[in-house]
Design a protein around this ligand. Sequence first.
Ligand SMILES: [Mg+2]
Length: 335
Amino acid sequence: MSRLIDRYDASGFDLDGVIYRGPDAVPGAAAAIAGLRDLGVKVGFVTNNAQRPPQAVVDHLNRIGIPTVAADVVTSAQAEARLMAAELPAGAEVLVVGSEALADELRGVGLAPVFRRSAATAAIVVGFEPSLTWEDFNQGCYAVQAGARYFACNNDQTRPTDQGIAIGMGGMLAAMERALPGLEPPMAGKPFRPLLDETVRRLGAERMVFVGDRLDTDIEGAVTVGLDSLFVLSGSHGKAHLAAAGPQERPTWLAWDVRGLLEEPRVAVVEGAASHCRGVTATVADGAVTLDVTPADAEGQADALWAVLTLTWAQADAGTRVNVTEVLEALDLVP
Ligand SMILES: [Mg+2]
């Protein structure tokens, strides 16, 4: 049997929805990471969250049975700090509208983080930190209006929590945009390049696959950097998001969860108005996609979904919108 991972020497992982969900591991994640390491695959954990220091991620992963050291974790704060160090003079004063962890990363690259602006403030950087106040954002705006450069770690619009969908970093940046119209801060986090470039560099990877559960950050980021990607169904996005994905948001591979890296890759072959994946065939007729069989088991439904998706995307690229509502509904095990 050939495994999906046989094609790669390294794998980068998004965390929430891929490795863990809230405090708990995604089932099978710890064994899969151990299996990859046994094969000699380089493994990196990648997060847009600029609030938690790398050690907090390390502790979390160790707690759920994934042995990890700080060098295995790449954060948007680290990538942003590297980006800023390349753009600012050594020792430049940077107003941090964000966490202590972000300030630490700036110190690490030779910049001078402060939490109160001064006449010497050369730049500001915004990073996720839920205890920030309205006044913190205002101080950042005033500094930029006074001539400071503007940087931000990531642009996630929302953040899933156990109480509901919370406002993400993107909401904070949208608020600041009202006072800083037209300014677009350089960002390191997915889907922008620097974070994944930093991961490739850190791992010394020649062929890295990136594993994620969101199309607009993980998969788009991989596409932007030219990396192959594995989309897993264990997190935020599901079949409806996939079916609607444009070329920039389409994964290379599909699996239920990270265990898919150790399994035979799911391959679909599109021929005209049909797509075949492991014995399941999706066809377009009268503007709608149908299946020849609806598998009753989870793996079979993922095969069917991959046939439907590859066909739908090929049709979209040829300028034809096809109806997938009913065929997706019939795949009742897939989120
Ligand atoms: Mg995620």
